[in-house]
Design a protein around this ligand. Sequence first.
Ligand SMILES: [Cu+2]
Length: 387
Amino acid sequence: MKFATAILFSASLVASAAAHGWVGTLTVGGKAYKGNKPVEETPKGAPSVVRQIANNLPVKDLTSNEIICGRDAKPAALSATAAAGDKILLDWNSAKPDGNWFHDVGPMLTYLASCGSASCAQFDATKAKWFKIAEQGQDATGKWAQAKLDDGTPASVTLPANLKPGNYLLRHELVALHTAQSPGGAEFYPSCSQITVTGSGTGAPAASELVTFPGAYKPATPGILVDVYNMRRKYQFPGPPVAAFVSGGAPPKATASAEDSTTTTAAATSSKRPTTTRAATTTTTRAATTTTTRAATTTTTRAAITTTTRAATTTSRVAATTSTHAAAPPSVSSAPPKTCKGKRSRRSRSRAVEDVPAAVEEIPAPFAEIPAGARRRHMHRVVPRSL
Ligand SMILES: [Cu+2]
C-alpha cells in the first residue's frame, strides 16, 4: 500500500514528462528518408518509408499487436531501396530539447520479415515471420548501444551481404531496461520501415529461425526480466539468435515445424544457449503466471521471483489507474537517478530505496556489472491504456 501511495504521489507531481521517440530519419544508400512524428503530434504525416506510430509511449504489453511495429502503427506509403550489404542508419528522435532519444539502458535489436511479392505498403504486419539480423548490447565499458542514440548518434545496422532481394519490413527495436527488474517493467519501442532489397543474394533464414510478434517475447524472458544494475553475467538478448545466414553460416537443423512458433523459438534458443537458460525461463514463466502464492519454496531463486511477481502485479494495477511507471531500480548509487527530462531527482531516489523488493537481486538473469552511475528512471505522461 505504501508502494501504491508513493506512485500516486509522484503521478500528481509529474503531470507530464518528456515524450518518447520515433525514427525521424532512415538513411540508406546515401539517401535520407524522413519519418513522421507520432499521429498525436502530426495527424497528417507526409508519405514515408517509416510506419507512423500513434503516440510515443512505450509498448509494455507483449501480447498486444503494438509489439510488432509500435503503438497503432499504420502501413507507410513508400519503400526505401537498399542493396544487400548496405548500411542503414536510423536516427531516433524525441521531444527532448536536443531532439535525441533519451533512454540509455538497454539493447537494440533488428529483425526483418519478407512482405512477399507485393509492396510492404500493402503488407499486414500481423502476418509477418521475423528473423533477427542484429543485436547490440553493451560495449567493453558497459555503455549500452542505446546510450549512443542519446548522444545523437544514429543506430547503424548492416543488411546481410547475401540477403535475397525482395520487399522486407525492417523492425528496429529499442528495449529500455531501467525498470526491467520486475515482470512488465521493460519498455519496448519497435519501429518498422519498408525496404526493397536489391542484389542477387540467396540468403534466407531457416524456418526454425522465424518468430512471430506477439509471441517471441514473454514477460519473464531473460533479457526482458533483468536487473541491469546487478548483472552477474553477460546480458542475454531476447528473441531468437541472429539468423545463421547473416554471418554466412549454415542454418541450424530444424527440429520443429515452422507453424509451431513457440517450439521453434525454444529449439532455436537451445541450439545456441546453455540448457540452464531454458530451465530458468520455465521457472520464471511459471512464477509469473501463477496467481496463488507459493507458501514454501525449495530455492531462494523461486522465492525471489515469486516476490517480484507479486510486486509487479501491484505495480501494474496501480499503473492502470495512474498510467505511471514501475518502481525505480534499487538505488545504492551516490548519484540520484535521472528523470526522463534528464533532471536528477532526490525524491525518486529515496522512493526507489523503499519500494523495490529486496529479493529482486536474486533473479537468475544474465548479468555483468555496469557502472551504478548509469541509472535513470522516469515517468510517462498520463494517457488512456486503451490507445
Ligand atoms: Cu521511457
